[in-house]
Design a protein around this ligand. Structure first.
Ligand SMILES: [Zn+2]
Length: 303
């Protein structure tokens, strides 16, 4: 079985808590992911909104140093995605919160040099680039320069966490395909979910841009009184399929960044989830698209 997941916060969690990325009790470990035939994970360095400027750059570098040290120490199991190594786990460093560039274009180029190939523009607050789901405002002038330079470098931009104004201003300005690495469809009846999930209009924009939407397992983004656990995930998959979005859905677990229902709690559960979805009548063809194929074909073209 193959898996391709667009977002987790495990790298930061391991750095902050001094936990091994290889073997741990978190949602994700390299050791448990390596049980799959092929497992590709985008590992985000989440930049808390209290960090800006040099503090954000320093934090990013600390987490990245620790991440690459772990990869080197376990290189028979894990290698950098796209490096050509034949390991069961492929890992790609990403950034959640563009403040990791320290508010400069030189800083963005430095992120690229450290292997970052996906950047989520903001977290929930406003930063130098744009405004997140809990802030007012849109894409800044610096944000436009950031977007254009990232596109020229070959960094995929990620609209998860943007507020609606920033989303549409970014989408209008963008020239390359972009993704929402960990966002769901706005069909959940709670306030937090509504702020972070995507409207049909937004998903249409991502589809037209030939992008991807990674399904986030965060309880509050998929569950409400109508559906929980696997039922809640199925409700999302059903919606995406009914609306003709089956070629843009992927996985964006948000492992180690959020609360997750026990049935989806941890990378080792994915095989059971896949079997459960098959037993509920979803085709192998559709599930392969969601679990890895859509993401793999996107990243083969983009980086
Ligand atoms: Zn997030």
């Amino acid at each position: 079985m193959k898996v391709f997941d667009l977002h987790c916060d495990t790298a930061g969690e391991c750095y902050n808590e001094k936990i091994s990325l290889f073997s741990n009790d978190l949602h994700l470990s390299i050791e448990r992911a390596a049980k799959y035939d092929e497992y590709t994970q985008l590992f985000a360095v989440w930049i808390p909104d209290k960090l800006r400027g040099d503090d954000a750059v320093e934090y990013f570098n600390n987490v990245a140093d620790n991440f690459y040290k772990e990869l080197e120490a376990h290189k028979e199991y894990v290698s950098v995605y796209g490096s050509g190594s034949e390991t069961p786990v492929k890992a790609l460093l990403t950034v959640e919160g563009g403040s990791a560039c320290g508010g400069t274009i030189e800083g963005l180029k430095a992120l690229y040099k450290r292997g970052v190939r996906v950047i989520t523009l903001t977290w929930n607050a406003q930063n130098e680039i744009a405004s997140g789901a809990f802030a007012e405002g849109g894409l800044s002038d610096f944000g436009k320069e950031f977007v254009r330079t990232a596109e020229e470098l070959g960094v995929v931009l990620d609209v998860s966490h943007l507020n609606r104004q920033s989303f549409f201003e970014f989408a209008e300005f963008a020239r390359k395909p972009f993704i929402a690495s960990h966002s769901n469809a706005d069909i959940v009846n709670n306030d937090y979910g509504r702020k972070r999930n995507l409207t049909k209009e937004q998903i249409d924009v991502i589809k037209n841009a030939k992008g991807l939407v990674g399904l986030n397992y965060y309880t509050e983004f998929i569950e409400d009184d109508e559906a929980r656990g696997i039922d809640a995930l199925c409700r999302q998959i059903d919606y995406f399929c009914e609306q003709g979005y089956e070629d843009i859905i992927a996985l964006g677990s948000d492992y180690d960044g959020c609360r997750i229902n026990p049935v989806l709690h941890g990378v080792e559960k994915l095989e059971g989830v896949y079997k459960e979805l098959l037993s509920r009548g979803y085709s192998n063809d559709l599930l392969e698209k969601i679990f890895w194929k859509n993401a793999e074909s996107f990243f083969n073209k983009m980086i």
